[in-house]
Design a protein. Structure first.
Length: 239
């Protein structure tokens, strides 16, 4: 097996990430299989070893123009399925973004659950407001330095939904001003709002509320997106 080595300066962080990833692997989350019983010391650093996943980052996948929007949306469906499994054990990811997902690209055939691999669980044991307002996927909690919760991951699912549909980040993420949230976040205006646009915008809105209690759960996100993806009703609108 090809080995990927991840280095840590901090011993505690190496152990936390190893233990989280081990547990996630055991409960059926698609993530790289760890090698060994725990972190090892290497020089003045600590390392964890895992299976090297040969694939494309979801970021690079999104950038490929020849891959259809529907196929990219299937990746997001399986990301949300993994998040649903994590959340069922109340484990947060908290660093969800296309760079932290690897897609096993096949020459042929549709994307399946087994092709979408989550990585980087280095933030999932963050408690309270130990958060970073400079990151790209800046949720409402990041922006206002509020506590990060399972619903923070749900907001990121919403942001990725927008990114798959529009091929860019929502404007409100580009500003550092929390006023950007004054109006309810919605999709960009288009000339003709087709049924697929309306269904996806509704799902987006259910993720983007600044009040985390008004957001849906990752399980609801998965169920709604799955219905949209498989429903014949929207077949003609995936361009
Ligand atoms: N198991 C793996 N197999 C292949 N590449 C990996 C693996 N884990 C991480 N990577 C690559 O290394 C990068 C950094 O790893 P990551 O766990 O995200 O650490 P960081 O906390 O530095 O972002 C990832 O974006 C990915 O490209
Ligand atoms: Mg990373």
């Amino acid at each position: 097996m090809d080995v990927f080595v991840k280095e840590f300066v901090d011993k505690k962080k190496a152990y936390e990430e190893f233990n989280t990833q081990k547990r996630l692997y055991e409960i059926g989350v698609k993530c790289p299989k760890l090698i060994g019983d725990g972190p090892e010391k290497r020089g003045d650093k600590f390392i964890i070893k895992m299976e090297n996943v040969n694939g494309t980052s979801f970021r690079d996948f999104l950038n490929k123009k020849y891959i259809s929007k529907r196929k990219k949306m299937f990746c997001l469906l399986f990301i949300s399925e993994n998040i649903k499994i994590m959340h069922s054990k109340t484990i947060k990811h908290l660093d969800l973004k296309p760079e932290n997902v690897i897609i096993l690209e096949k020459k042929q055939g549709p994307i399946t659950f087994n092709d979408v691999i989550l990585i980087d669980f280095g933030n999932s044991f963050i408690f309270g407001i130990e958060n970073d307002n400079t990151k790209e996927y800046r949720t409402f909690e990041h922006r206002t330095l509020k506590a990060l919760t399972l619903k923070t991951d749900v907001q990121v699912l919403g942001i990725m939904l927008y990114e798959v549909y529009f091929g860019k980040l929502p404007n409100l993420l580009l500003s550092y001003d929390s006023k950007a949230w004054d109006e309810e976040p919605k999709f960009d205006d288009v000339e003709e709002k087709n049924p697929l646009y309306i269904a996806l915008e509704n799902l987006y809105k259910k993720c983007m509320s600044e009040d985390k209690d008004k957001r849906i759960t990752s399980k609801e996100f998965y169920d709604i997106l799955k219905r949209i993806l498989y429903s014949k009703e929207y077949n003609n609108y995936w361009v």
